[in-house]
Design a protein around this ligand. Structure first.
Ligand code: MN
Length: 749
């Protein structure tokens, strides 16, 4: 974390010393039970070194910098459940990065084990490097994952660091807030999820939402507050009979209702297209049993039986993660039952041991490793092993790999059996081919089909939990491009890509020879500069792609005549610039971004810059936006809540330009709204009256689908800004019979 250097105000110095000492004592208290002889001295030493090293530094909020490492150390101990070694490393985590302290100092003072952890932490702290290019950043993510495979404590401390930074993000600039939040959703919360740190993952996502979409966040938080009374009443009514029955049965338990995280409510609203009021499962009921180790499973099922005696369960919503825990170690019984008033309620049943694993994930695992079942341990180890395996493959394209790997982090799991009865864990929607690659890359590459439960299926067949799968191979088989369209695991994807690339390279060799002959013929030097210009000219992302295209004849080498040669250098032909905005019909004056001043770009240059509005989120003035410098198409404007924003901001931070709308009412932008309502004869007429009559807006299209008395319509309309669009939504919403009006995301037309 960077911080500004300012002088300590002498007036507050005493006061600040007190606060710092208080925080340190709180850390000591948190560690108390686990402190062994000598630990305390070591911790004290780390504290002193860190205080001294950071003594002239302050955080953006103005507080002494040392409060940050102290807070991180407390999170590491109290919320992740790690011990004194990790606390010491947390105290020192920013020293090598930001102060005079060196790794050698750490090694001398604390030993090589500590030095290695600090080294890992220092290496991954540079992910937030605005100047780094894409490959460097992807490489950094890879480093994060490598350290994870090496010593998981590094990434756990890093997560604590990130959590504290997110908790104190208020004092950062808007730009930093967006960047750090995006990075958090992009890599850190999926990692927290994968490591089983559900509490931390949830908080990270809520905080990220708070900073990327403050309006959404406040609206939901407000909604939760307003409905709290009703919810409490309902929860009490729901748990009363269960409580009585459990007490009568002699159980030692806790039973409570818990509101769901704001981001998960938001996800539901977004994916199901419902309003806050329409999200029913705003909370879950949790039963925590303090059972003896040998009684755990039995007790949980007894409670399940009691709950379902009172409330009817939804048959397809029972999840038994006790018999087969998730691979991140999560154990619990989940069921959804019909509560009073016909509302579906999710009930989670687990023991206090399982609960600790659910909250502290990986770290809690180690704690129970000695006494616990070895099956879970080996599963987690197997995952780490698998990770190490993939990362050590030098041919994997890092950026690609990360995209695929990230998907793996979040998906639900299914359990598949080999013909011998061994179990493999695969992500949901995995295919027979994924399974083959999971077992062995060669098996995947030669796979021509499979037998699922003795029935013959194609390689693209999606597997279901409990399937027994036998892979059928042929020595003639070769991976092909279309395989990528149905496999879902990162391993299968990266292996297939690797095979295809190899294949391409072989073919590309021919193309290389052809191209070189042609260049020599034209008197062109075969220099890296010229080759790069040729890639640009033929719009190929890499030389390999260019060679391949030449070999398979998909580019016309005669077009080379359009290029100018000056000296031994190639010069690109000048192209006419085309209108930048698509979808602009003739009757509307085309938008000429180069001329208009509707966007102000804050950057080195105050000149008007050409831009395009991203098709994925179709921003209009008034939306919170950012500019993104693309490789071929100039600047693209995205909404900060665009589905692609997180990925772009996190991976290509250096290409992001701060962008703001200027006040300009002359240009219109195409935007869409979706309306739902009761079918009524006059409805179309009423809608068009509002748009064209009252509001005098320019409508491009209106399409209505009606079914069983309900209609759903999409209206495409030209508006000047967000305000106008919101006004339109309001007007339409007030029409009789209209139940919902919402802005359309792109590509839904
Ligand atoms: Mn830090």
């Amino acid at each position: 974390m960077q911080s500004s250097l300012t002088q300590i105000n002498p007036r507050n110095e005493e006061e600040e010393k007190k606060i710092i000492l208080r925080e340190y004592r709180a850390l000591l208290r948190a560690l108390k039970l686990s402190l062994k002889k000598g630990d305390k001295r070591l911790l004290r030493r780390a504290f002193e070194i860190s205080v001294d090293a950071h003594k002239d530094m302050r955080r953006k909020s103005g507080e002494p910098y040392i409060l940050h490492p102290l807070a991180v150390a407390r999170i590491v101990v109290e919320e992740i459940g790690l011990g004194v070694t990790s606390a010491i490393c947390a105290l020192l985590h920013d020293t090598v990065e930001d102060t005079e302290i060196t790794l050698e100092d750490i090694e001398q003072e604390f030993g090589v084990a500590y030095m290695k952890i600090i080294d890992g932490l220092t290496k991954i702290s540079n992910v937030v490097d605005l100047k780094a290019d894409t490959t460097v950043q992807a490489e950094n993510f890879r480093k994060i994952l490598l350290t994870l495979a090496d010593d998981p404590r590094v990434i756990l401390i890093k997560l604590a660091d990130r959590l504290h930074n997110m908790r104190t993000l208020d004092s950062m600039s808007r730009e930093k807030q967006l960047k750090i939040s995006s990075e958090t959703t992009y890599i850190y919360s999926p990692l927290a999820h994968r490591l089983g740190l559900y509490e931390i993952k949830s908080e990270l996502e809520d905080l990220a939402l708070k900073f990327t979409q403050p309006e959404v966040y406040t609206e939901i938080a407000k909604g939760l507050k307003e409905t709290k009374r009703d919810r409490t009443r309902y929860i009490n009514e729901f748990i009363k009979p269960i409580k009585e029955e459990l007490t009568a049965g002699g159980f030692d338990f806790e039973l409570y209702g818990r509101p769901k995280a704001i981001h998960s409510i938001w996800n539901k609203m977004r994916t199901k297209h419902v309003s806050f009021e329409e999200v029913f499962d705003l909370f879950a009921i949790r039963v925590i049993l303090h059972s003896k180790p040998e009684k755990e499973k039995e007790d949980c099922w007894k409670v399940y039986s009691i709950v379902t005696n009172f409330y009817r369960p939804s048959p397809d919503r029972l999840r038994d993660w006790i018999s087969v825990p998730k691979s991140n170690g999560y154990e619990a019984l989940h069921t959804t039952v019909m509560g009073p008033g016909g509302r579906w309620v999710e009930v989670q049943i687990r023991t206090s041991r399982m609960n600790e694993i659910a909250e502290k994930g990986l770290a809690a695992h180690w704690k129970y490793k000695e006494g616990g079942t070895s099956q879970q341990e080996s599963k987690l180890d197997a995952w780490l092993h698998h990770l190490r395996d993939m990362l050590s493959n030098p041919d994997t394209d890092t950026l690609d790999f990360l995209q695929d790997f990230k998907l793996d982090l979040f998906t639900e799991e299914i359990y598949i059996y080999t013909p011998k009865g061994d179990m493999r864990v695969l992500p949901k929607s995995a295919t027979a081919l994924d399974f083959a690659f999971d077992i062995h890359s060669e098996l995947g590459a030669r796979c021509i089909g499979a037998k699922v439960n003795y029935r013959l299926v194609p390689i693209s067949h999606q597997l279901a939990s409990g399937d027994q799968v036998e892979i059928i191979t042929s020595s003639k088989q070769k991976p092909s491009e279309d395989w990528l369209s149905f496999v879902t695991t990162a391993k299968a994807k990266s292996r297939i890509k690797y095979y295809l690339k190899e294949e391409k390279r072989k073919i590309g060799d021919d193309g290389k020879a052809i191209l070189q002959r042609k260049m020599e013929h034209l008197g062109l030097t075969i220099s890296p500069y010229n080759l790069n210009e040729l890639c640009v000219f033929y719009k190929k992302p890499s030389l390999l792609d260019l060679y391949y295209a030449v070999a398979v004849d998909s580019v016309d080498l005669r077009e080379l005549k359009q290029l100018t040669i000056i000296g031994d250098k190639l010069i690109q032909p000048i192209k006419e610039s085309k209108p930048e905005l698509k979808n602009t019909p003739d009757e509307i004056k085309p938008v000429k971004p180069a001329k208009g001043a509707e966007l102000i770009i804050f950057g080195e240059s105050s000149d008007k810059i050409k831009y395009k509005l991203a098709q994925c989120c179709q921003p209009i003035p008034g939306d919170d936006v950012f500019g993104f410098v693309t490789t071929g198409e100039g600047l693209k404007i995205h909404r900060t809540d665009c589905p692609n924003a997180a990925q772009l901001l996190a991976n290509y931070g250096h290409r992001v330009v701060k962008t703001k709308w200027a006040k300009n009412k002359e240009i219109s932008f195409l935007s869409g709204v979706r309306i739902t309502g009761l079918d009524d004869v006059g409805v179309i007429q009423k809608i068009t009256h509002i748009i064209s009559g009252e509001l005098k807006m320019n409508m491009r299209s209106l399409s209505i689908d009606s079914k069983d008395g309900i209609f759903e319509g999409t209206i495409m309309v030209y508006v000047h800004d967000r305000e106008e669009l919101d006004g339109l939504c309001q007007e339409l919403g007030s029409l009789k019979g209209i139940t919902k009006v919402e802005r359309l995301e792109a590509h839904e037309e």
